[in-house]
Design a protein around this ligand. Sequence first.
Ligand SMILES: [Ca+2]
Ligand SMILES: [Ca+2]
Length: 603
Amino acid sequence: MRKSKWYLVSVLATVLWPAHGIIAWDSPSSTRESQPAECLSLNESGTLALNESSIADLVIYQIYPRSFKDSTGDGVGDLRGIIEKLDYLQELGVNAIWFSPFFKSPQGDHGYDVSDYYDISPEYGTIADFHELIKEIHARDIKMILDLPLNHTSIEHPWFKESASSKDNPKRDWYIWRDGKKPGGSARPNNWKAIPGGPAWQYYENTDQWVYFHFLPFQPDLNFRNPEVKEMMFNVMRFWLDRGVDGFRLDILHAIYEDKQLRDDSFSWALLPSDKSTASLFKAHKYDLNLPETFDFAMELRGVVDEYQPERLLLGEAFGSVEELRRYYGPENDGLQLVFLFEFTSTAFKPDKYAEIIRRIEKALPPPYTPTYVLSNHDRVRFISRLNNNRDEAKIAATMQLTLRGVPVIYYGEEIGMPNSKFELNTSLDPIGRKYSWVPNLLCKWLGITLTRDGCRTPMQWNDKPNAGFSTSPDVKTWLKVSDTYQNLNVAKESQDPASVLNCYKRLLKLRRDYMVLQSGLLELIESGALKKKCLAYRRIHEKQNVFIYLNFSRDVLKLESPVEKPALLFSTDVNRASLNEGSTDAAFYLGPFEGVIFEEGR
Ligand SMILES: [Ca+2]
Ligand SMILES: [Ca+2]
């Protein structure tokens, strides 16, 4: 069958789509010359009060359960495997774990298609294993955050099976069913597009109606305008909160509500998606994303978790401009405590670009709001692969992520610099990869794109033994092939090397624990003038405590002026560095190639 140009456009858009695409690109909308760095106003009253939020000290680590540790030898990660590795995470220094979904699921989208919210998928374990897991997590003072795909279920969910069975089924209205525009259901109810490309409607012959889906056809959207649906999902939350979980990561929250009238989407000139807007594929996504009802829904969700003490966390996955996303935090910072901000995952690795993003985030989300900083996740290319696996640059990125004002979210394996793997599309386990399996390899290569998310989901590399120590069975075929890099790049090896990426993370996380100013102090960008294309600098401030962060993004040695007379070095990415400017007679200090330093005023 001849593929239309639209298909190619769809491919491009899918790939470049920041949430589920796999490519790094620099947003064309930021061509405006970046303005000179300036000190941000601290807050309106000029006080230096601590961020009032109780969650500013969090460092979240994302586990993709399928790929973390296999304790049963079947090649698939599981809950008991995760329990075995909790000591590792405690030693790393994170204090919250977000688990990609392990609810019962046919695994069409690897857990983001739930068929029972009250049970665990058998390959991951049992409810008893869950209880053991949460007990062991809490014993280490770590919080447990579950991933809740609440926008849609699997078509295998009994709710959907009932709903699809007949037009007069009591659950018919739990999903969004509509007649086609023409007799025989030949035309879809409206012109909406699913996010990975293609129409957003699936036809069901038995009732001669179409059902709406935002993501993939086997993930029909729930109808949150039906109060029964809302209450059912709130009860799911209460079920897990009653079992002690500390919060939820809310999958594609911005897609919860759709226009009541299902009006046709309007035209947009945007072809490629960006992390600043939801428009793409020439559609504005005006009526299916970030509706006012969805912002209100965030407040209702907060109401549910506020039934519990101590405070439970809500972390929303939503897309749009930072100003738009700000609305999910609620008018008085009383909505979601956190929303993912994804711009770092798609911006060129340049200090002036990052400074522009940080400035915009600080303006939109000043204290007491808490931003988030994300480098990669299960939908995106691994960050270090965007840097051509330059480990020095990865340390700069880590230093930046772990010292900005906001909650960092670390993707498993990021802390050892695990790279993306390459996989064939026609054998892709990711449904997005299979959807585009007809795209020739050469075209992907020419465009420099990857169309499957398998590459960022390979098993964790624990040691240099067969299967990287991921599985108890050395001979088993793991669900995704272990990266060829594992013999030289693994936790055991990096633990022994003081200069490794892993030990860089550990040192930074310890410093963040020890210095409250790094958790909740205010942030002020520092003008780096002529060096703004090579150096990013900022300070964190709390009362009399000042901590300075200078990051060299270049291969050059940079000469900089210390903002304080007696700088005391707290950290350098260069483990051999002992002081900032010892022996120097002036205020100058030097940064080596790709070196990042943290210092305070000495006493
Ligand atoms: Ca297993
Ligand atoms: Ca929806």
